[in-house]
Design a protein around this ligand. Structure first.
Ligand code: 13P
Length: 261
């Protein structure tokens, strides 16, 4: 683990209506992560504005879980970049595997959304992931390289500095998932680092690469110590504000142990 920022986020998915979301945001409003740890959360769209208001001025970044690539128009059920910005969010999750799997997102629609997010000054948090079939067939690296290259296709060098890539193996997500072994994640992230360097040149070393999938207090440090892992995105392990703060505490202990050593 080096001196780079460590990112710790939680994706609330389709949980917490406005009342519960506001209560959770209030519980996090005075939380100050230690220097070098960047925290974010992605509430459902119906709570985005409220959560942004409660967390205004706090170091916690707030993002949408998805957005459409057009700015307005006849797109029933969608929300646009300008709407996300108006709610006060600074970031947006794109291409989560649950959206690819259940809502027809493709590598190319993710690319359109990445461009739209950047156009509106939002930081895209781009999720990529291999399915169990792909993992078992030994094509995880190929899948992830394709998803990453297409998501970032046509993005300018300056904008590449604002993206975050999150590796979330589909088989590791959710209560039926099993967390990926740290050595496996290490290999994947080393390879991902060369993919982003191929795309972004030397500045590819600065693109944060996060891991997500059954991250918990028990395993967060196993991932964060890996050289090409710049943080994690938790789901269940971070939904409860107290648990989220404990995830951050685990990593801060690691940071201070490293400093004391
Ligand atoms: P879990 O941590 O609940 O497995 O979810 C991970 C995830 O999908 C975060 O986006």
């Amino acid at each position: 683990m080096d001196q780079k920022n460590v990112w710790i986020g939680t994706n609330w998915k389709m949980n917490k209506g406005p009342a519960e979301a506001i209560a959770a945001a209030r519980a996090l409003a005075t939380f100050r992560p230690p220097e070098g740890i960047r925290c974010f959360l992605t509430p459902p769209a119906t709570s985005l504005r409220d959560v942004c208001s409660v967390l205004e001025g706090s170091p916690m970044m707030v993002g949408a879980q998805n957005m459409f690539w057009e700015d307005s128009g006849a797109w029933t059920g969608e929300i646009s970049g300008p709407m996300v910005v108006e709610c006060g969010a600074s970031t947006v999750l794109l291409g989560h595997s649950e959206r690819r799997q259940h809502f027809g997102e493709t590598d190319w629609t993710v690319n359109l959304k990445v461009h739209a997010a950047l156009r509106h000054g939002l930081r895209p948090l781009i999720c990529i992931g291999d399915t169990l079939d792909e993992f078992e067939a030994g094509v995880s690296q190929e899948t992830l390289a394709r998803q990453t290259k297409i998501a970032l296709h046509g993005v300018s060098p300056e904008d590449l500095e604002r993206v975050v890539v999150i590796y979330e193996p589909v088989w590791a997500i959710g209560s039926a998932g099993r967390p990926a072994e740290a050595p496996f994640v290490s290999g994947i992230h080393t390879e991902l680092r060369s993919v982003v360097r191929e795309i972004a040149g030397e500045s590819g070393v600065r693109i944060p690469l996060l891991y997500g999938g059954s991250v918990s207090q028990a395993n967060i440090c196993d991932y964060v110590v890996l050289p090409d892992v710049d943080g994690v995105l938790a789901g269940r392990g971070g939904w409860d504000p107290a648990d989220f703060m404990k995830l951050v505490a685990c990593v801060s202990e690691l940071v201070s142990a490293k400093v004391d050593a």
